[in-house]
Design a protein around this ligand. Structure first.
Ligand code: SAM
Length: 297
């Protein structure tokens, strides 16, 4: 909706965007630059993975918003000789347009103004980011609706390649439930290439989110603390990419939680884990070596 975004100042003096429509700030903890770098870029070890890989490294930036996460990734990788494909998704260009108009206050867009202008105009920009060759695409549309078309395809497909890393940054499940349903995470998991290790990070640590990711097929682990969050979440299609996988104690707590059942449709509600979901979680390879009595089941 037009006129939805405003500039606000955080307690640490950093400026960020506030969406009146969702009633939420973007990067409310540390501000756009520090939070994007810590939670998304460092947490997924983008530099190391990009530097050690061969060929194009692909990041899906889900919830492009005002591009703080995307620009943090670009800034962190300028000195790495290689190729990066940054595939951004959002159903509106408004926060990025707003950030561009307020770039002097936000600072983090410095040096990338031309690329952002091209991305907004053409939905795609190809450029040299220091030593790194970059293709940055913007897929404008409702992500849950686009997702079933993004299933892993052959190299020749015009669709974006499957990701090595995913920044998952929608508004909160309570305010933006359409982005946090089990069918969305199931479709996201199906869009991955099973032969391409991929890790996702998001700011939420909610049981509902973690249960949804597990039931969709991901392995799920604890993510670093950032700003106001004492924990975040990392998920991957291989346990090798998780430093701290959720364990039997998490499963015990999920059983007691009054908000653990995944959302099946885009309506937020809090429910205890159903018997069906519980059975599936117990059978997940991440937990199925745990004896029922240890997990309190
Ligand atoms: C928290 S903001 C993202 C902040 C952004 N990552 C950044 O670094 O500035 C959430 C974004 O999710 C987008 N979003 C919400 N619902 C969506 C949907 N159904 N499809 C695609 N994007 C959506 C919003 O428009 C918003 O830009």
């Amino acid at each position: 909706m037009s006129g939805d975004y405003q500039l606000v100042q955080l307690a640490n003096g950093e400026k960020t965007l506030f969406s009146a429509g969702y009633g939420e700030k973007l990067h409310p903890g540390l501000g756009p630059q520090a939070e994007a770098d810590l939670l998304y870029v460092r947490q997924l070890q983008i530099r190391d993975r990009l530097a050690s890989g061969v060929g194009e490294f692909v990041i899906w930036d889900i919830g492009l918003g005002a591009a703080a996460n995307a620009l943090a990734a670009l800034r962190a990788t300028r000195d790495i000789p290689g190729q990066l494909r940054l595939v951004s998704f959002d159903n509106t260009a408004e926060p990025l347009e707003f950030a561009r108009q307020n770039s002097a206050a936000l600072c983090y867009l410095d040096g990338y103004e031309e690329q952002i202008a091209s991305l907004l105009r053409d939905r795609r920009v190809v450029f040299q980011n220091g030593k790194l060759a970059v293709i940055w695409e913007f897929h404008l549309g409702d992500f849950p609706a686009l997702l079933p078309n993004l299933k892993f395809k052959t190299q020749n497909s015009k669709l974006p390649p499957a990701p090595h890393a995913i920044f998952y940054d929608a508004f909160s499940p309570a305010k933006n439930p359409a982005m946090w349903t089990l069918p969305v995470f199931e479709n996201l998991f199906r869009a991955l290439d099973p032969a391409r290790p991929c890790a996702l990070t998001t700011y939420s640590r909610s049981t509902l989110l973690r249960a949804s990711l597990l039931l969709a097929g991901f392995y799920v682990g604890v993510g670093h603390a950032t700003g106001m969050k004492e924990e975040t979440t990392v998920a991957a299609n291989t346990p090798a990419l998780l430093a701290e996988p959720l364990n039997a104690r998490w499963l015990e707590r999920a059983l007691r939680s009054d908000s653990a059942e995944p959302l099946r449709e885009p309506v937020y509600r809090r429910e205890k884990l159903s018997a069906t979901a519980l059975e599936k979680l117990r059978a997940h390879p991440q937990f199925n070596h745990i004896r029922p009595e240890t997990a309190g089941i």
